[in-house]
Design a protein around this ligand. Structure first.
Ligand code: ATP
Ligand code: MG
Length: 278
């Protein structure tokens, strides 16, 4: 229940959920059924502040479905989600993004006919002019003030610079190579200034050198910008070298969780991957 006008300030304060900086994401008993299929089954784990947390598992294990649950794209059959100590189960994607959880998609979702810069600026506008003012401005079709527009462009350019695409800011997104589109998606997610960034197979379609660059970039996001990272990735060397902890899904269930070396040698994990190849 939201606070009401009748409540005293003390009562409102007492009901405020204390922010738990350390537990950035708390997934509890997350379950999602599609008809008879348990795509995600009773999955629980906590992602701590400043972690690079890997999510791996064979094809169809439920990784993307779990991302869709965490970002509110689909709703859980049961289970709860907490962001920095506050429950947000059942909230819509826009609210969750505003709170500080951004993501990229396994199937890239860029506006192909728009430039790289425009793609980032659109996300930035949602962030800057979100809430009721953004909504009213949007409905009335009001252009943003020139000063805001300048700031938005400058910030978007900074983000493109960060991912190494600044020189091609005015090129249409559809003309970018696959690996560059993935980097553009990351820039767009960063425009929301997230505390938690979810990356769904960011290295897919990248060559070895690009993968190394991506790995360094993700570490820099954590070290320099204090962004906590949750990462789905198939490329094992990248996961092993980058992640502090790893969770393994198989047929929707969490079968292992821990530091990379231990998980790599876990018999249940080896079994799951051998089964995948057989
Ligand atoms: N909207 C949906 N409706 C029905 N079934 C779905 C839906 N989304 C996912 N599934 C099913 O749920 C299971 C998990 O799919 P998901 O995409 O989460 O796997 P994944 O671990 O991301 O796999 P991959 O590594 O191939 O990306 C699969 O069997 C998939 O077919
Ligand atoms: Mg997937």
């Amino acid at each position: 229940m939201p606070p009401t006008w009748e409540m005293t300030e003390e009562e409102i304060r007492a009901r405020r959920v204390p922010v738990d900086e350390q537990r950035v994401l708390d997934v509890r008993h997350m379950t999602r059924q599609f008809g008879g299929l348990l795509a995600v089954s009773n999955v629980s784990f906590v992602v701590e502040k400043g972690e690079i947390f890997g999510l791996i598992g064979p094809n169809g294990a439920g990784k993307t479905t779990l991302f869709n649950l965490i970002t509110g794209l689909i709703q859980p059959t049961s289970g709860q989600l907490y962001f920095r100590g506050e429950e947000y189960t059942g909230q819509r994607p826009h609210y969750i993004a505003q709170k500080g959880i951004a993501r990229t998609f396994q199937n890239i979702r860029l506006f192909g006919s728009l430039s790289a810069l425009e793609n980032v600026k659109i996300a930035r506008h949602t962030h800057t002019f979100g809430g009721i003012f953004g909504l009213i401005a949007g409905v009335l079709n009001l252009p943003p003030a020139p000063e805001d527009e300048r700031k938005t462009t400058a910030r978007a350019m900074e983000l493109l610079e960060m991912v190494g695409l600044a020189e091609r800011a005015h090129v249409q997104a559809r003309n970018f190579a696959y690996g560059d589109q993935r980097r553009l998606e990351i820039a767009r997610a960063l425009a929301l200034e997230p505390r938690l960034l979810l990356l769904d197979e960011p290295a897919a379609g990248m060559n070895a050198q690009e993968k190394q660059g991506l790995s360094d970039f993700i570490r820099m996001l954590r070290d320099k910008f204090s962004i906590t990272i949750l990462l789905i990735e198939h490329h094992v060397p990248l996961v092993m070298g980058l992640c502090d902890r790893i969770a393994v899904l198989d047929f929707g269930q969490l079968i292992a969780l821990g530091d990379p070396r231990r998980v790599q040698h876990d018999p249940a994990v080896i079994e799951a991957y051998l089964g995948d190849e057989g």
